[in-house]
Design a binder for this molecule. Structure first.
Ligand code: T46
Length: 134
């Protein structure tokens, strides 16, 4: 499994950097929801679930954090630390987020409104859903 990154154009000048996100243009879906997490405590692991339908792009717009991705066959971990870099995560991927630096902000663009029924929060149910052996 390889992470799917989207490196967005930086519009930089002597004042600093700016990145623009546009649905169905440089974001490959219509954005129905944006959320972000911050003030994440040391040692915390967030996520620990998969989605049935949802597509998301994760950006660490400040600081850094690590995202692990597990498709039931293979598990990889990537460090998000550039604000212009998005990590695209589709359905059927168990994800965990950890090792947040102090002050890190993880922002997420999502293709659907919040819907708890789209979550798979039990790892065995996740493996069943993708037909993998436990
Ligand atoms: C994901 C990873 C990357 C809402 O009310 N609306 C929302 O849009 C979201 C995302 C969450 N919530 C509520 C549900 C929980 O009571 O906020 C609380 C924390 O959510 P959760 O424990 O699901 O957060 P994370 O950080 O474990 O996971 C989140 C997303 O939920 C998830 O879709 O892929 O970030």
């Amino acid at each position: 499994m390889k992470p799917v990154y989207i490196d967005f154009q930086e519009h930089g000048d002597w004042r600093g950097q700016l990145v623009a996100l546009e649905e169905n243009k440089n974001i490959p879906f219509a954005v129905k929801r944006v959320y972000f997490m911050y003030d994440t405590k040391e040692g915390v692991v967030r996520g620990k679930h998969a989605h049935r339908q949802l597509q998301q792009i994760l950006f660490c717009v400040a600081g850094a954090c690590t995202i692990s991705l597990d498709d039931g066959k293979e598990k990889i971990a990537v460090r998000l630390e550039q604000p212009y870099r998005g990590l695209l995560i589709g359905p059927g991927i168990w994800r965990e987020m950890y090792d947040f630096t102090p002050g890190a902000v993880l922002m997420v663009l999502a293709s659907e409104y919040y819907d708890e029924s789209d979550y798979i929060r039990d790892y065995d149910v996740f493996l069943d859903s993708i037909g993998e052996e436990k």
